[in-house]
Design a protein around this ligand. Structure first.
Ligand SMILES: [Zn+2]
Length: 118
């Protein structure tokens, strides 16, 4: 796998910066919406309280996933600054532009990711 060109890195950096802003906004928005559910629980009946709690749990897990992705994006941006972006954490192979274009925060090559998913 060839090393990324400067143009490719710049393009991925712009994508990462944009994703970072989007996720930051979504995480802070969902923080306030999960708080509203907590407050409303005293005002509603038992069944709808269960509903509200399930919704809240879903909102929390979505938020955790987003917060986790946000951290990976921040790590990716840091590795661009350190000029070691685009290499697999496990085998040190270049991750490849096609894969990074889909998932710019990826820190594993497709082979190692497959193994990690199993
Ligand atoms: Zn690898």
């Amino acid at each position: 796998m060839p090393r990324l060109t400067k143009t490719e890195i710049n393009h991925l950096k712009i994508t990462l910066e944009r994703l970072k802003e989007e996720l930051k906004e979504q995480v802070s928005q969902s923080e306030s919406s999960t708080k509203i559910v907590t407050l409303d629980q005293t005002l509603i009946g038992r069944l709808s309280r269960v509903d509200a709690m399930q919704q809240q749990n879903m909102a929390i897990s979505t938020r955790q996933k987003k917060a986790f992705r946000l951290r990976k994006i921040q790590i990716a941006l840091e590795s661009i600054r350190m000029e070691n972006y685009g290499y697999c954490d496990k085998c040190d192979d270049a991750i490849g532009y096609a894969r990074l274009n889909v998932q710019p925060e990826a820190n594993l090559c497709i082979n190692c990711q497959d193994k990690a998913d199993q």
